[in-house]
Design a protein around this ligand. Structure first.
Ligand SMILES: CC[C@@H](C(=O)O)C(=O)SCCNC(=O)CCNC(=O)[C@H](O)C(C)(C)COP(=O)(O)OP(=O)(O)OC[C@H]1O[C@@H](n2cnc3c(N)ncnc32)[C@H](O)[C@@H]1OP(=O)(O)O
Length: 375
């Protein structure tokens, strides 16, 4: 267990929280009320074995040290410990990046999924094209592609599929019926209106949208018609947004007596800055394509207003950035995602590690063989 000061230093946790480090996972430990599960115990056993092996190595080195070696061995021992701590810190950070909420936060995913399953309707469809670009369709046009409970579950399933698509390079998310998404299905919102159920739904969607944001694919939200409420939050989980003429982004939460809950508030601050974010949220401001460009919330206003034409334009726009080996495109996104989220030194180490996966690899060697002139 890390004491509060160390975990604050290592993990940036709030000073009063101490953290239990178990292998690759970390669990905020509420004193005697910490949350343990079989997988945590397995992690604990794993960590104990690692520590025993290192202590045994230290013992051997010190034994050797008293016999023959000088400082060199001592330095080796010290650097071993430093590497161990560094490795564990990176793995903790990686684990923290994997899911925002787990049992330690009182989040029981299987119970939440069972509750969401009750609210059926619509679908989330995914097509994976040979070009390496995926097309994710929010498909509930009867109610402006509003998210039912089963659509939230299907979004999680599609994100898992995309995490396992090793040839994937890009993703376009759009809504059926020439409109993007009008947030949560209001029938669902009314049915789960107590605070804990609302927070459970938000934790589920935050976990899914954070994984979407971290996909090693370049992601684009194609905004046609309306992106309202949760729909506006969803587009902030993409790397880029493209808008069609007459389309609108609007964070209507204030008008619902709410604030964003799917993570859109935190991501909006990082996209447009805190001042613009505060105005868009507190004003429930309508954001048209021109204003979105000005704010940096949209990359480009497309010329097509019809669904097929806009999708074709979005494909062409994204293809500018996904041309080339999937390994390089995916590594580029992973490096930028690390730069976006990690503290500088951790980001630098991640960049070095990602560089190491490409240096001397097939794409690098092929480029060297052809000696391209970058005129
Ligand atoms: C944490 C919750 C929060 C979040 O996730 O961040 C939320 O998202 S809360 C929900 C926020 N969204 C809304 O409040 C949008 C409500 N809808 C509208 O404001 C309008 O429908 C529209 C999106 C501005 C479009 O208006 P318009 O073009 O006039 O179409 P209609 O209003 O006639 O809609 C057609 C049809 O669709 C139904 N609809 C639309 N949005 C939803 C929704 N979110 N939930 C359920 N049903 C929705 C609308 O009721 C119409 O159906 P009929 O009345 O049966 O024709």
């Amino acid at each position: 267990m890390l004491d509060a000061a160390t975990s604050h230093h290592l993990l940036g946790c709030s000073p009063e929280t101490s953290v239990v480090m178990l292998g690759t996972a970390t669990y905020p430990c509420l004193g005697p009320f910490s949350v343990w599960s079989p997988s945590m115990l397995a992690d604990l056993i794993y960590v104990c074995i690692c520590v025993c092996i290192y202590i045994y190595n230290i013992y051997i080195f010190f034994f050797f040290l008293t016999g023959h070696a000088g400082n060199a061995c001592l330095e080796m021992v010290i650097s071993m410990w430093k590497n161990l701590l560094q490795t564990m810190k990176e793995r903790i950070l990686q684990q923290r990046r994997m899911s925002v909420y787990n049992q330690a936060h009182g989040y029981e995913e299987e119970l939440v999924k069972k509750q969401l399953q009750q609210f059926a309707g619509g679908s989330i469809n995914l097509t994976k094209e040979d070009s390496g670009i995926g097309i994710l369709t929010l498909n509930n046009p009867k109610i402006m592609n509003a998210f039912t409970g089963t659509m939230m579950l299907e979004l999680q399933e599609r994100v898992t599929e995309l995490e396992n698509w090793k040839d994937g390079k890009g993703l376009i998310i759009y809504g059926a019926g020439n409109t993007f998404c009008s947030g949560s299905d209001l029938n669902v919102v009314k049915a789960i209106s107590n605070s804990q159920d609302g927070m459970n739904m938000c934790m589920f969607m935050q976990n899914t949208l954070t994984r979407l944001m971290r996909l090693p694919l370049i992601t684009v939200a194609l905004v046609q018609g309306k992106a309202i409420g949760g729909g506006a939050e969803l587009i902030t989980a993409c790397d880029f947004r493209l808008m069609t003429p007459g389309s609108e982004i609007r964070f209507v939460h204030k008008l619902m007596g709410l604030v964003p809950g799917w993570g859109g508030g935190a991501r909006l601050v990082r996209i447009v800055g805190s001042r613009a974010a505060l105005k868009l949220l507190s004003g429930a401001t309508r954001v048209d394509p021109e204003r979105a460009l000005h704010l940096g919330l949209s990359e480009e206003t497309l010329s097509s207003s019809d669904e097929a034409g806009a999708l074709e334009e979005a494909r062409a726009w994204l293809s500018q950035y996904t041309e080339g080996p999937a390994s390089v495109i995916r590594a580029t996104k992973e490096m930028v995602a690390a730069g976006r989220e990690l503290l500088l030194e951790a980001a630098l180490r991640t960049e070095k590690d990602i560089f190491g996966t490409l240096w001397g690899g097939p794409a690098n060697l092929q480029a060297l063989a052809t000696r391209p002139k970058h005129k």
